[in-house]
Write a protein that binds this ligand. Structure first.
Ligand code: 6CS
Length: 358
């Protein structure tokens, strides 16, 4: 390619202009960074994806979160809240969050088990207490979770802003589930976490990973024979229609995380970050009350349902103990498989749980 003098001058000028543009661009990125204060009258529109449908806890949480943020920002922050399914499976949603395809998500750690292996600790049965309010307090205050586990997620560009419970976990089955022997060879549906699988293998079951989007049909067709979830979800997702038995086992608590894409959050002006964090704090009691009310009301709805009768059975203390004895060694599996940091986080959490009970 040949240039005359005028052409050469134009080329040089264009290069200089491009360099100035890039330089201005990076300066602009910096001024939007969190060291650089206020957002002025900038407007924001974000996506918040959940793993549940309207009327279920995660979706209602996200909708309320979006309302509060809109109000707090005088309408400058708006969010599209997505029900489960519109943006793919639970695992697809985590990938979208990680890449910034969505800014916010409610994530169940059970779907991040092959990524943040330490986050699998929530799958350990009989780890938390039988007092749900105390459990929520532990989730709110735990250094093991809010500092050390959070760091593990941040290495994958996901910042958990809150860990909160959707209620105690119960079992449903095509048969009564009262003793470990009842789980012998039982096709148990689980989320996608090696530790959840191991927890059910410890009872002799044959666990199968599955998205909940396929669960109703899979239970109906006998592809799987049972599943675990909080009561509100069992009722609202209609699993009781295709399961004859429900065991009040309370073998675990369902933990959800309010999460944000880390790079996105770190790039926001500080006043916007503060509004988000303030909303996260406000939502803690709201989420707790929401799950408590729904779990109570929908238990009655399962019991009173004559069209789809379900036998509801509450484990005795002795029956729970038989499961607990088999569940405790799974903690060693978690440590052996996931290494020193996992051991550190789990041991700190166990100490925090013990301290909270005294
Ligand atoms: O069982 C599940 O996978 C689903 N359970 C609840 C309570 N929320 C969403 C999740 O994907």
């Amino acid at each position: 390619m040949f240039f005359n003098k005028k052409g050469m001058l134009m080329l040089v000028l264009m290069m200089v202009f491009s360099i100035i543009l890039v330089a201005c661009g990076s300066e602009e990125t910096q001024t939007e960074g969190n060291e650089n204060g206020a957002s002025g009258d900038e407007t924001y529109h974000w996506k918040f994806v959940t793993e549940e449908f309207q009327g279920q806890v995660q979706y209602e949480y996200a909708a309320e979160f979006a309302n509060r943020l809109k109000e707090k920002s005088d309408g400058r922050i708006t969010m599209d809240v997505y029900e489960f399914g519109g943006l793919g499976s639970e695992v697809n949603q985590v990938e979208l969050l990680q890449s910034g395809g969505v800014e916010f998500a409610i994530v169940s750690p059970g779907f991040t088990g092959t990524m943040v292996s330490e986050g699998q600790l929530f799958a350990l049965h009989f780890l938390f207490t039988d007092d749900m309010e105390l459990n929520q307090q532990i989730l709110d205050e735990s250094e093991a979770l809010n500092v050390h586990l959070t760091e593990k997620y941040e290495a994958f560009n996901i910042s958990p802003l809150a860990y909160w419970t959707e209620g105690a976990m119960q079992w449903t089955g095509d048969r009564p589930l009262r003793t470990p022997a009842d789980f012998d060879g039982f096709l148990m549906r689980t989320q996608t976490s090696p530790l959840i699988l191991e927890s059910y293998r410890a009872y002799g079951a044959n666990p199968q990973e599955l998205s909940w989007g396929e669960l109703y049909t899979s239970l109906q067709q006998g592809v799987v024979q049972g599943q675990e979830n909080p009561i509100f979800f069992i009722e609202d997702a209609k699993f009781h229609e295709v399961q004859d038995h429900m065991t009040i086992s309370e073998h675990n608590i369902y933990v959800a995380m309010t999460t944000v894409n880390t790079d996105f959050f770190n790039g926001l002006p500080t006043d916007i970050q503060d509004m988000i964090l303030e909303t996260v704090e406000e939502m803690r009691p709201v989420a707790y009350e929401m799950q408590e009310r729904m779990n109570e009301e929908l238990l009655d709805s399962i019991i009173d349902n004559d069209t789809y009768p379900t036998e509801v059975y509450e484990l005795t203390a002795e029956e729970r103990e038989a499961f607990r004895e088999l569940a405790i060694p799974v903690r060693d599996f978690f440590i052996d498989e996931n290494g020193a940091d996992a051991e550190f986080i789990l041991n700190m959490l166990i100490e925090e749980i013990e301290a909270a009970q005294n």
